[in-house]
Design a protein around this ligand. Structure first.
Ligand code: NAG
Length: 94
């Protein structure tokens, strides 16, 4: 299985994915899930609320797809985020 992982990684990253940039064509659907984890502080006098939140971002990039039968049935792999093109998103103070 380790060999299949390696072959798949070489296949997916035959071109440097971070340099591909955004996909061209139709607009990309990006889904955001925002989870509340905990209240850190609430300062009513200064109207300041601090929360711990988790933002999960989902999108489909067909450039990272493969045919499972050609890779020993491998249906998922873990890849470091810094080698992927990731939609540029920001969360600001509200
Ligand atoms: C996946 O690969 C197998 C074996 O090469 C092939 O028979 C099948 O048609 C491929 N499936 C797709 C969706 O390309």
């Amino acid at each position: 299985m380790i060999f299949s992982n390696l072959i798949l990684l070489l296949y997916l990253f035959r071109i440097c994915h971070t340099q591909l940039g955004a996909m061209s064509g139709s607009p990309l659907d990006v889904i955001f899930d925002l989870y509340y984890l905990k209240l850190i502080s609430l300062d009513a006098e200064r109207q300041l609320l601090s929360l711990c939140l988790q933002l999960k971002t989902f999108w489909q990039d067909p450039r990272l797809s493969w045919n499972m039968t050609e890779f020993s049935g491998l249906d998922d792999i873990f890849v470091a985020a810094d080698v992927l093109w990731i939609p540029d998103t920001q969360v600001g103070n509200a």
